[in-house]
Structures are given as structure tokens and as C-alpha cells.
Write a new protein. Sequence first.
Length: 228
Amino acid sequence: MDHSAPLITAFLVGLLGGVHCIGMCGGIVGTLTLGLPSATRDRLAAQLGFHLAYNLGRVAGYTLAGALAGAAGTLLLQIGPLQQAQRALYGVAAVFMIALGLYLGGWWQGLTWLERVGSPLWLRLEPLGRRLLPVRTPWQALGLGLIWAWIPCGLVYSVLIWSVSAGSAGQGAALMLAFGLGTLPNLLGISLLVGAAARLGERPWVRRSAGLLVLGFGVYALWQLFVL
């Protein structure tokens, strides 16, 4: 598969999976906004600085997780014969792309089990995030975003598992970075009450289109795996 295709797909998954992002993170963003001093809330430029810091931390958290997943994939490649290990990881990535496409399109919600898998880690991290509330400085917002990037989320975890097959820590980080950048328009939109960005993902045809796109990449990847 073209090396740029996974990055483009990961970006589109983040962009078009907007309803899920708003549902999972909208409350966090709302808490961050309402906790700001009234003088900051009244000034759009000041509020934007806090939200940019929060999202920078969140995307940095995704990127770090992607690097760890990509590094884990590199270690897995060393366990057995290289070619067989590569095909196995590629197959896992293809299956998860198909599952993610079904999940995004709203046709199958089986990936929600991934959220339960991440719950033990989140129970340890969540109290750290609470200590940063209410947010009074952009540095606190940055730290909050970095911690809340690890919130159990089937969408995030699916792309994270996909990044295991990326081939290296750098490529895994790039995949999750692309995904994180894709989520920015929706979350910044809801943060600043810009309805157009937030409403984009609410349209059923948008989610279904995103699901079909990712599903198509997964099917194509499986076809390559068995034909080549």
C-alpha cells in the first residue's frame, strides 16, 4: 500500500469521525471553557490560546502513543521470520481498518470493547487530569490535553492498534499525528462555538462516507495481502 495512503486515511478518520470526538471530548472541552476566568472567556483570542494549548497536548499524547505502538510493532517483527511477521501485522492492520470502517459508518459497534481494555490505565491517569482543573494557564491546558489523550476511546485505540503495523516508532507517531490533526477542526469548532465544523460530522452521509472510505482501504489491503 502507498505509504501516504495510511496517513491520509488516518487524517480523514479523525476529521469525519467528528460526532464521536464531540461525544467523547465535548464535555471535557466544555469543562475547560467554563473553568476559565470570566475575563478570558469574554475574549476570543485569549480563549483560543487555551484551547490551542489543550489540543496541542492532546495531539502530542496521540503522537507519543503512536510512537510506542510503532516501536512495539518493530519488536514484534524481530520475534519470527521477518516476511511472515510483516504479513501478519499487515493483516491485523487490514482487519482493524475494516472494523474501523464499520464502526465509523455506524454499522457495527464491536470496537467499543477496546475502551474497556484501556480502563485500568485511565483509572491511574484521570486523577492527574483532575488536579489541573480549573485551568488557569495555557501550561495547565497543555498538560490536561496530554493526559486526556489517553481517555478510553474505541476510535483512538483502533488507529493506535493500526499504528502497530506502521513499521517503526516514527511511522507510528506520524500515523497518530495525522489522526490527531484530523480531529482538530471539530474540537476547535465546538470549543469556539463555531457550529459549521461541529455539525459536519453529525450528518449521516458524512459518517457513512468515512466508514466506506476506511472500509475500502481495509479490503484493498487484505486483497494485496492474499494476491501478492
